[in-house]
Write a protein that binds this ligand. Structure first.
Ligand code: ATP
Length: 359
């Protein structure tokens, strides 16, 4: 069987501090995966005159998936390509408590749900500008009871919810609920009272699709009500699907429930491609300090392995993370520990080797 190909981007600020050792760890597992490192960013600009050369694009296309370190700078065009170029419409952000995570909840055991964030539209299309540019459109606000152009100088952003974009991510959520063998429930949330047209469409489509899945329970809440429920009764959730902006915000909140952003993995799936990156950003405030928590990145790598059909390796990797947290001796500062990033990796490597030896 030929090797799987994974394109790797190490990212910016503190990202390489967790990406590089994670890739080293995966390489050491001899999984039949080639990790390819396309040349992008400043180095690519110097060599080819462009930040994101066609050759790098071709390497992404040829790979089975991409493992992506969070970006804040020159590799941002790569992220846009991975999203809109590869049409990775479903951003899956699991929120699963592992014993030993430094959760602020009194009873975090058993918290295990997944937020599915629509990844390509809503307010993230980059359609922004000056309100005065829309004056000719004579846009009347039924809430403010005024034309947009009469409200004075300002900016606008367009929120677009399409039928196809919503249907495919909602269907993805129902399919995931079937696979997860948990509660078999899909929760839909958005602001369908105030945004009756856009979010109203998202809810309406969800109701229609729910009828195709009689084996999956279905419920819906307005996003503010949902947030309260997510905090007070997270155990009741299984798969939750929502438009882009809400998903971005709620998934950080969900990470907070189990112990913080350092613990939250993420995978973005399209029809025929996927990329994986931690849910958190580049953590610029702690870059260069060797204290960033690698858990989110390692768990994202486990999602990558599952996507590639390497379930046993994913199970071992998650098991090793569980063992590090159960032991509590090598946790990073965000988890109340004193270990450096490197010390965490040393402990993880030892647990993984122990597990591989016993396997
Ligand atoms: P983005 O908008 O790209 O998601 P952000 O503005 O949410 O980024 P993050 O980079 O996610 O910012 O960081 C938010 C805070 O969480 C920062 O204080 C950062 O140091 C902290 N943080 C993020 N990831 C980790 C991690 N893996 N380990 C420890 N702290 C982290």
């Amino acid at each position: 069987m030929s090797n799987k190909q994974v394109a790797v981007f190490y990212g910016d600020d503190a990202s390489p501090e967790v990406m590089q050792p994670t890739v080293d760890l995966l390489r050491s597992m001899n999984l039949g995966i080639d990790f390819i490192e396309p040349l992008v960013g400043q180095a690519a600009k110097e060599a080819t005159g462009t930040l994101f050369p066609d050759a790098a694009k071709a390497q992404i296309d040829a790979a089975d998936a991409t493992f992506f370190g969070s970006t804040s700078g020159d590799s941002t065009p790569v992220l846009f390509y991975l999203r809109w170029g590869k049409q990775t419409f479903a951003n899956v952000r699991p929120c699963t408590y592992v014993p030993g995570f430094n959760s602020p909840m009194a009873n975090p055991t058993g918290i295990d749900f997944a937020i599915i964030r629509e990844n390509l539209e809503d307010l993230y299309l980059g359609l922004e500008g000056d309100t005065q540019d829309l004056a000719g459109l004579n846009l009347y606000s039924r809430h403010a009871r005024a034309n947009l152009s009469d409200l004075g100088p300002g900016k606008y952003a367009i929120k677009a919810i399409t039928e196809q974009g919503s249907q495919r991510v909602i269907r993805y959520a129902f399919e995931l609920a079937r696979q997860r063998s948990k509660q078999k429930k899909v929760t839909v949330t958005c602001k369908y009272n105030m945004l009756a047209v856009t979010d109203g469409l998202f809810l309406e489509l969800a109701k229609q699709i729910a009828q195709e899945y009689p084996d999956i329970a279905f419920e819906h809440f307005i996003i503010d009500d949902f947030l309260c429920r997510m905090i007070t009764d997270p155990h009741a959730l299984d798969v939750v699907v929502m438009p882009n902006l809400y998903g971005d915000i709620m998934s950080d909140g969900a990470a907070g429930l189990i112990g913080g952003l350092g613990l939250a993995p993420s995978g973005c799936y399209g029809e025929d491609y996927a990329y994986f990156e931690s849910a958190h950003g580049t953590a610029p405030d702690i870059a260069g300090k060797n204290i960033i928590n690698p858990t989110a990145t390692v768990l994202s790598a486990a999602m990558l392995l599952e996507y590639l059909g390497k379930d046993e390796a994913a199970r071992l990797l998650k098991g090793a993370i569980g063992a590090v947290y159960a032991n509590q001796e090598h946790l990073t500062a965000d988890q109340g520990g004193r270990a450096s990033t490197s010390e965490f990796f040393n402990a993880l490597r030892a647990k993984l080797q122990g597990a591989l030896a016993n396997n």
